[in-house]
Design a protein around this ligand. Structure first.
Ligand SMILES: C[S@@+](CC[C@H](N)C(=O)[O-])C[C@H]1O[C@@H](n2cnc3c(N)ncnc32)[C@H](O)[C@@H]1O
Length: 204
């Protein structure tokens, strides 16, 4: 196994042992293949955790490409830095520490690939804060959009503590499906992954 695969395996073990919710293996394969097809130069990730999906994304960057990733849990940030360094990928990644809702309006630059995987009730807020930073043809991937199947299951009773999240994830899917800025495909893998292709301001 090469260094990249070894570090990914160590991260998977750590995540399983410490209940860190990283993307599923199948979801990770989809994320990587979407990014590899896009060959992005500038990636924005919302929700680093220990850097597992970040490391997957580094392998899909165009030469010289960079990832900006946001995480509020300082312990996870430390681990992410350690793992990314071990994998030899730390030069390609900038981790911003803090609440994504506050950091996103301050992030400058434009992004051709975005991975949204932080607070599930905030996806639409994140997207609104990112819209003016999307390059034409940007790809936006959002994980866990089906939230245990409840998001598309209008017949079952959702536990009270998840109702706001479900309502907001429905609002996210409704927006990326019906707003003319995006063409969206929903993948029923892992906990549901929405892949939205930005149509740009002028292509609507
Ligand atoms: C599902 S995990 C990310 C997993 C990672 N993308 C992966 O697949 O390897 C979600 C992460 O988002 C972080 N998070 C939750 N709310 C956040 C917020 N408002 N701002 C920044 N990070 C947040 C959590 O601390 C957690 O580590």
């Amino acid at each position: 196994m090469d260094k990249f695969q070894t570090v990914l395996a160590v991260m998977e073990d750590y995540a399983a042992a410490h209940h860190v919710p990283i993307i599923s293996r199948e979801g990770g394969r989809l994320l990587h293949s979407l990014a590899a097809a896009a060959k992005p130069t500038s990636v924005l990730e919302v929700g680093t955790a220990i850097g597992y999906s970040t490391l997957l994304l580094t392998a899909a960057l165009a030469p010289g490409g960079q990832i900006t990733t946001i995480e509020q849990n300082l312990e996870r940030i430390e681990l992410a830095r350690t793992y990314l360094t071990q994998a030899g990928a730390s030069d390609q990644v900038t981790i911003l520490a803090g609440d994504a809702g506050l950091i996103l309006p301050e992030v400058s630059g434009s992004f051709d690939f975005v991975f949204i995987d932080a607070a599930k009730g905030q996806y639409l807020d994140y997207l609104h804060k990112i819209m003016d930073k999307l390059s034409p043809d940007a790809v936006i991937v959002a994980d866990n959009v089906l939230f245990r199947g409840w998001v598309l299951d209008y017949g079952s009773i959702v536990p009270r503590r998840y109702r706001t999240i479900i309502k907001r994830l429905r609002a996210y899917l409704d927006f990326v499906t019906n707003d003319g800025h995006f063409k969206t495909t929903l993948y029923h893998i892992g906990d549901g992954i929405a892949v939205s292709h930005y149509q740009g301001e002028t292509n609507i």
